[in-house]
Design a protein around this ligand. Structure first.
Ligand SMILES: Nc1ncnc2c1ncn2[C@@H]1O[C@H](COP(=O)(O)OP(=O)(O)OP(=O)(O)O)[C@@H](O)[C@H]1O
Ligand SMILES: [Mg+2]
Length: 529
């Protein structure tokens, strides 16, 4: 342990030519190395990161410290706020002598500040409503959300393919139910030759699962107007990056839904953002608090997809930061992708804890300045071991850091403050607009009804003709053929600007630009999220 060596490491290892954010000052033993600042270069923030530590050690505040500085540097952020404790970022911190004292030790003036915030919601709560169409979920994720087995998932893939081929956009759950119903009745014979037959028992199970999902309130999430990820990348008039806070408190007890939903957002961002070269700073940073929820229940398939997308999204200039109690909550394959590590104190109650601590300390760059596993259990609140990637992509020296305090409020906003921000939002109206357009459901049901009544007429005509002897034997058209061959149905295809990205990860489906009216959506008694 050498103070001089650590000072040298900080001066050399944390000097960057480009922009950076300041995390705090180096610490060794009881000594806080004033003016020896630990920074993170903006350039490598698209290499993702981890904020870990036992409960109450300061992970969420670290997330706040990073997000508010990114915003100041013109980098927008998306925060998944599972516990609902991040709203304070929108307001200047209350006066607090302890913060001034903390910053004096660091050698940094304490300047309270706030960030421009947009509140997003997945339910009927106020805020920007986040929705996605079933098509945007794609067959793989949609099957996951319904917890389907491989055979049932196969039917969903077939359904998506059939809707793709026939340019029928699947916007919400009603569309899926209608299409399934159609494929097991009127359309049965017609699809058999080209796509294979579908077991009605399997469809029955899928239908039941969809109804269960509806009972959980899923209708509020599926449908239009679907969220445009570009809206996450806005700057305010002073050039600060917008901090979008997605309140997902209701998702805590539905980890599978949360992980699926998160992957859908990431996949959507991936598919819509252009490929970026080497940027000086990321385009967007995403923070996932309580990230163990994403991985705990995620199946192998979902985990593989998360891993793949994390690898790929980097090139779009997007950084993802996981916040969780223990690094072991994150699968090794994902952990190895994370460039920034902010490790708060860990607690050793059990043999398993001690093993986890040992593992965590072995994952850091080698250091002679600290006995890492000992330090991991003894660090104070608002302190962390930090290593980032320097501008060349090499890990910076591991430094026990005495962290700065948030510039914004540590406490949450009052309902009135929240309402006021939502009232002034530029994009809330965009997603609340009720656009009256027909959905696939409406068109398909209309056509089925039309075709069915035609069929009845036809049948009546046939029966009348049977009564009279005739030589012509007419070829009957199935309802399916009538629907599909009908010129109005065909024209849906041209109205749907589709971008098939299903090949990519099997995650996404067709991106439709057809919008579904919110007025036709039923309200759920049991909010899903
Ligand atoms: N950087 C900091 N500056 C000043 N105080 C801090 C800092 N970090 C943490 N604290 C103090 O520690 C408390 C707990 O921090 P925080 O909520 O971030 O912990 P956490 O690790 O996210 O806990 P949990 O696992 O329960 O979510 C804060 O309310 C604050 O009082
Ligand atoms: Mg927390």
């Amino acid at each position: 342990m050498s103070v001089e060596q650590l000072k040298k490491d900080i001066i050399e290892g944390y000097r960057f030519t480009g922009g950076s954010i300041i995390m705090g000052a180096g610490r060794i033993g009881d000594e806080i190395l004033t003016d020896h600042l630990v920074r993170i270069p903006l350039k490598t923030l698209n290499r993702h990161g981890l904020i870990a530590g036992a409960t109450g050690t300061g992970k969420t505040k670290t997330l706040q410290i990073i997000a508010e500085q990114l915003s100041t540097n013109g980098i927008p952020c998306l925060l998944m706020d599972i516990k609902g404790d991040l709203s304070g970022i929108a307001k200047i911190a209350d006066e607090n002598p302890k913060f001034i004292e903390r910053h004096d030790k660091i050698g940094l003036p304490y300047i309270p500040d706030s960030s421009p915030v947009e509140f997003l919601s997945l339910s009927d709560e106020v805020g920007v409503r986040l929705r996605a169409t079933v098509s945007e979920f794609g067959p793989v994720l949609f099957s996951k959300i319904l917890d389907l087995n491989d055979t049932q998932g196969g039917v969903i893939s077939l359904l998506f393919k059939w809707c793709d081929d026939n340019q029928l956009p699947l916007l919400d759950l009603d569309d899926v139910k209608k299409a399934l119903q159609y494929l097991t009745n009127e359309g049965k014979d017609a699809i058999k030759a080209e796509y294979g037959s579908i077991s009605s028992t399997t469809v029955g199970t899928i239908m039941r699962k969809i109804i269960e999902l509806e009972q959980q309130g899923a209708n509020v999430f599926f449908g239009e107007v679907s969220f445009d990820p570009d809206d996450l990348c806005r700057l305010d008039s002073s050039g600060k990056g917008m901090v979008s806070i997605l309140r997902v408190t209701d998702l805590q007890d539905r980890p599978k839904l949360f992980s699926t939903f998160m992957l859908q957002i990431l996949a959507e961002i991936y598919s819509t953002f252009p490929e970026e070269g080497d940027l000086d700073k990321p385009k967007l940073c995403i923070f996932i608090d309580e990230a163990h929820l994403v991985f705990n229940e995620a199946s192998k398939v979902l985990q593989d997809q998360i891993e793949t997308i994390i690898k790929l999204i980097r090139s779009k200039g997007v950084g993802i930061f996981f916040c969780t109690q223990n690094p072991t909550d994150i699968p090794d394959s994902v952990l190895s992708q994370l460039g920034l590590k902010v490790q708060h104190a860990l607690r050793a109650f059990t043999a398993k804890d001690r093993k986890a601590i040992k593992m965590a300390s072995e994952n850091f760059p080698y250091t002679t300045n600290y006995v890492v596993d000992e330090l991991l259990t003894s660090m104070g609140i608002g302190e962390a071991m930090i290593t980032a990637l320097n501008e060349k992509g090499i890990p910076t020296p591991l430094v026990h850091t005495y962290l700065r305090a948030p510039q914004s409020r540590m406490d949450i906003l009052t309902q009135r403050e929240l309402d006021d921000i939502i009232f002034r939002s530029m994009i809330v109206p965009k997603y609340q607009n009720k656009i009256d357009r027909e959905s696939a459901y409406d068109i398909l049901s209309g056509k089925i009804e039309e075709a069915q009544s035609e069929q009845i007429q036809e049948e009546l005509r046939r029966q009348n003709e049977m009564a009279r002897p005739t030589s012509s034997s007419r070829q009957e058209k199935s309802t399916f053929e009538k629907v599909i061959n009908n010129s109005t149905t065909r024209s849906i295809g041209t109205a749907v600007a589709k971008e098939i990205t299903r090949g990519l990860l099997g995650v996404l489906g067709i991106k439709t630009t057809t919008r579904r009216t919110t007025s036709t959506r039923k309200k759920s008694v049991f909010p899903w999220f």
